[in-house]
Design a protein around this ligand. Structure first.
Ligand code: FES
Length: 147
């Protein structure tokens, strides 16, 4: 188990040091601003759709290592995925962060985030990007605060 924890820690550190898909999309179809009400940190999520697929997804913002790594892992995973697939993934991540069972197998590398559920204040850090994603894919307003 310790080896697994080390591996997970390394995934988080790697995505914080070198965040994937960091930046803006000028012609994004959806732009969502997410705020962590506990610390005030903000992230902005940009989504470009091609039919029901996520053609491109990027993020910008400031936050702790967990929130940056979670945003990076999320964008890496959903880029090219369908909207339905991504919504299902949101549910799996939400269950992992708020539940107590083993992370579902479809989460793969995202299981690295499972450790934060031991620390309730960190759950908001890890879920910030995912709430923004769900809001973006659900449509509605282009800019919303995710709390
Ligand atoms: Fe602000 Fe984690 S402490 S997002």
């Amino acid at each position: 188990m310790n080896e697994l924890n080390d591996l997970y820690r390394e995934v988080i550190l790697d995505h914080n040091r070198d965040p994937r898909n960091f930046g803006e999309i000028e012609d994004a179809d959806r732009v969502v601003e997410g705020v962590n009400p506990l610390c005030g940190d903000k992230m902005t999520l940009y989504v470009k759709l091609d039919g029901d697929r996520i053609a491109d997804v990027r993020f910008k913002g400031t936050g702790c290592a967990i929130s940056v790594a979670s945003s990076s892992l999320m964008t890496e995973r959903v880029r090219g995925a369908s909207v339905d697939e991504s919504m299902r993934l949101y549910d799996s991540v939400h269950d992992m962060l708020t539940g107590s069972g083993a992370p579902s197998e479809d989460l793969d590398k995202l299981a690295a985030l499972a450790g934060v559920r031991e620390y309730p204040t960190r759950v908001k850090c890890a879920s910030l990007a995912w709430h923004a994603l769900r809001t973006a894919l659900a449509g509605g307003e282009d800019r919303v605060s995710t709390e």
